[in-house]
Write a protein that binds this ligand. Sequence first.
Ligand code: FPP
Length: 244
Amino acid sequence: MAKNVAAPRPEALPRHVAVIMDGNGRWAKKRLLPRSAGHTAGMYKVKTIIRQSSDLGIRYLTLYAFSTENWKRPKAEVGFLMKLLIEFLNQELEEMHARNVIFRTIGDVTALPQPVQDVLAGAVEKTRNNTGLTVNIALNYGSRAEIAEAARRAAQDVKAGKITPEEISEELFSGYLETSGQPDPDLLIRTSGEERLSNFLLFQLAYAEFYFTPVLWPDFDEQEYLRALEAYQGRGRRYGGLES
Ligand code: FPP
């Protein structure tokens, strides 16, 4: 059995963790189960990582749940994922609220089925004045589309005379992104052995540490998260400068 991982040093925790939750399908296949069983098992690990992040005192957690490309999957699988989202919020909203979690979405949720939009809006509204961990669930999200939309909105503000082109700095521009006001992720985790960004937070991940693990998302438990945090804490972050 793998040894237990030590608790992370609280003073060196990432403020913002982003996760590409990958491998639900392969997890199910290995067990001769339908892909939907992998997604359900994955949903339980979403609950786990939210609780653990909140217990550890991490401030922001961004989870890639549905990309703009995921619409290409069979209709039944897309429908199942949408149902699972509703189930997740029905099961988890009270606990998240009790934990002072702020629940948010990024991505174009207006394309999701209306019942999903309603449940999401209710969760965002209920938790908006909380002050603990912020959980961003990325749904119908694509980073290039997000950046293009930010450029469009900045251009409109120039046209309306609210800002000048010269004022558009990296910082001002990041305020047009959906993560406006949040620190950039310090750590990106991707499970299942794939080592790609898949159009996730391209602007925001500029200086993040990347942690790729072969562990499939439904197997990514508390110990695996601690392992990722341990790896993060072992890295020297220099932001292009020299070791201090
Ligand atoms: C990737 O695995 C996973 C997804 C596209 C969906 C993520 C969904 C969940 C973790 C569960 C529900 C989420 C919430 C927020 C309730 P894959 O299907 O691409 O796996 P594969 O690459 O092995 O086929």
